[in-house]
Write a protein that binds this ligand. Sequence first.
Ligand code: CP
Length: 341
Amino acid sequence: MSATTSSTTQTRMPRHLLSMADLDAGAIRTVLDTAAQMHDVQKREVKKIPTLRGRTIINLFFEDSTRTRSSFEIAGKWMSADTINITGKGSATSKGESLRDTVRTIDAMGVDAFVIRHGASGACHQVAGWVDAHVINAGDGTHEHPTQALLDAYTMERRLGSLEGRHVAIVGDLAHSRVVRSNLISLQRLGAHVTLVAPPTLMPSGIGAWAERDGFALSHDLDGVLQGREGKAVDALMMLRVQKERMSGGYFSTAREYTVGYGLTRPRLADLVERNPEIVICHPGPMNRGLEISADAADAAQSLVLDQVSAGVAVRMSVLYHLLAGEDTPTVGTTTEGSAA
Ligand code: CP
């Protein structure tokens, strides 16, 4: 590690990042602290450090993505790794090749890491058992999206300071959300209180027992939570996308009914900001403007949506660094030309 990271709590990193559960509180802190250093690279004229020179990273995306795929690619490139994008449509999987054969084929070429997005929950865990390379979960079905949770924590901390004792409300389509599962783990490990808010039809099955075991709150009353009637005032509000593509049945009668009950509408935003002008609003994206979040809320001064996107590159650089770089590799201490940065 570079001397520049000596202030962090260095915890042994896992070989793969498949779930937020792979990172204990110390490891999360280390990743977030390194991300802060990596964020500085974004401000440089020459966005290139030699940290992962000679490493090859495969971005293997079987589901669509704008933010995650491009930020992993940028992260790898800025750290001088060779990054290659493969999607389901352009690969031999469209000819019927299995996931196992696909990843073992690419692994045999000697690559160092797979960044995988797949529609099946648990796909990344399976791949980790089939390949020698490191595996990073970039979103698997409705299971987890750990780097999203890390960038969410990083972004909220930048605005709010420590999340210890802070109250984060996560609102929306929880049933189909991999983001909520990863965020629950990371936010609780960072000491935040979490309340999940959704209509009964969009609560994940078994959530009651899970909440009891892990000590987070559940509510169907968004206004009650936002007005502090159900406990501590909210410091951060995370709105989740209604995942229409994963919905086969009717989870709510009309879009209007959903928005009235659970959308961050203009009147709700006004009320919220009047109560607490320091509140922060997050959304992992992509947003359904006018459904779960109004345009006013998405673009409000309290909105961190673009900060989350910006943090995505830094956090993914940090994750790639901690999984792939050797112990003695400097983080951001040198440029590709070898001069001090
Ligand atoms: N938040 C997120 O995963 O966005 P993408 O689907 O664009 O990667």
